[in-house]
Design a protein around this ligand. Structure first.
Ligand code: 13P
Ligand code: SF4
Length: 358
């Protein structure tokens, strides 16, 4: 495995502190909240808009998506749902790359977000100029990038992948004899390389949330809960992944809670996913995997600080005033579309194969 030095150290970008953000708005009482929820639902109808939410956003937003015919999903399903839905406006509750992916796939639609300031440390840690140089150093490699990247980085790629389809897609490329250049998440890249045996060089990025899960503390927790299954998102460090019963995307982890026989689950991903997991399996017990906590660099503690910027007020503002609309440059969009569409086509073919085998 070859790595390049991290292009953008974590210290070079500001990670929002969740408590400051939620505390910045005056607290709403129950009746103000339900008035705001009703207003959002009315605005969604009036604006011919649909809400596309990630599992990591606040439960109040996930509930609105459920109740109004929107979707709550992982990044792959969000992309597919937004593209196929007939609404003229997509409101993407998540982080910026998710809004950009919606715009790449649906340029004719208006794409709004509760806030364009919701970033992702993987995206921020992989600037397009530095990434172009990395690609130029490896002209013989097929460029595969994680969806958690900017439109400019996707425009440099041969394939975009999300965590739910990364292993099958890289297996397919390996079988064609391709050598891979991967960016930006080093843990996910390392996991894909171990699963597929593909020849991969890795960019050195990390997710500020998943990077904080701690293997030694997880070992101790497993001893306290010997019957629990361990579910891990592959953005987590290798020593955490190696303790997992299931490694998968957010949707795959939710499916595991529903389908597996265990009654208890230790979950190493953003804890806002518990809303959907608990719905899928109300009688099962969910336990947060341990993070670095106060003694480490953790500033989010199992909740993405950028996902936390999506709230009811910013969602209502986006719909009311058309604020925080996503635009992407057309030339880059076209290039990024090619790499993104390849993922969707591959995922559709893969689903058919899996269904045929079942
Ligand atoms: P999923 O594609 O599994 O939803 O992951 C997106 C993400 O940002 C995880 O941190
Ligand atoms: Fe990015 Fe990590 Fe937040 Fe996911 S959880 S959006 S990878 S910073």
């Amino acid at each position: 495995m070859q790595r390049i030095p991290m292009a953008l150290a974590e210290a070079d970008y500001e990670v929002p502190v969740t408590a400051t953000i939620t505390g910045a708005r005056p607290r709403m009482d129950q009746s103000e909240r339900s008035d705001l929820v009703s207003r959002i639902k009315t605005l969604l109808r009036q604006r011919d808009a649909v809400l596309v939410a990630h599992y990591y956003v606040d439960a109040s937003l996930q509930r609105i998506a459920e109740e109004t015919g929107g979707c709550i999903a992982d990044s792959l399903e969000m992309a597919r749902f937004g593209k196929e839905h007939p609404a003229s406006t997509l409101v993407v509750a998540g982080v910026r790359f998710m809004g950009e992916t919606a715009k790449i796939l649906s340029p004719e639609k208006r794409v709004l977000m509760p806030t364009l300031e919701a970033e992702c440390s993987l995206d921020l840690g992989c600037p397009a100029d530095a990434f172009r140089v990395f690609c130029e150093q490896h002209p013989d490699r097929t460029v595969v990038v994680y969806s958690n990247t900017s439109v400019e980085v996707k425009a440099l790629a041969d394939y975009v992948v999300t965590s739910s389809i990364a292993v099958p897609l890289v297996t397919h490329l390996r079988d064609q004899g391709k050598k891979i250049l991967w960016a930006p998440d080093r843990h996910l890249g390392d996991y894909i390389r171990r699963e597929t045996g593909a020849d991969m060089v890795l960019w050195d990025g990390a997710c500020v949330v998943h990077d904080e899960f701690r293997s030694r503390e997880l070992e101790k927790l497993r001893k306290d809960h010997p019957a629990a299954a361990v579910l891990v998102h592959p953005e987590s460090p290798r020593d955490v992944i190696l303790q997992a019963d299931v490694v998968g995307s957010t949707s795959q982890l939710i499916a595991a809670v529903k389908e597996r026989p265990e009654r208890e689950f230790i979950v190493a991903t953003d804890n806002r996913i518990f809303y959907r997991m608990q719905q899928a399996a109300p009688d099962k017990r969910l336990i947060e995997a341990p993070t670095g906590g106060h003694s480490a660099t953790c500033r989010s503690c199992a909740h993405c600080p950028w996902m936390a910027m999506n709230d009811l007020t910013s969602l209502a503002d986006a719909l009311e005033h058309g604020r925080d609309e996503v635009f992407v440059a057309e030339e880059e969009r076209q290039k990024a579309l090619t790499a993104t569409q390849r993922m969707l086509d591959f995922a559709a073919a893969h689903r058919r194969t899996v269904a045929g085998d079942a």
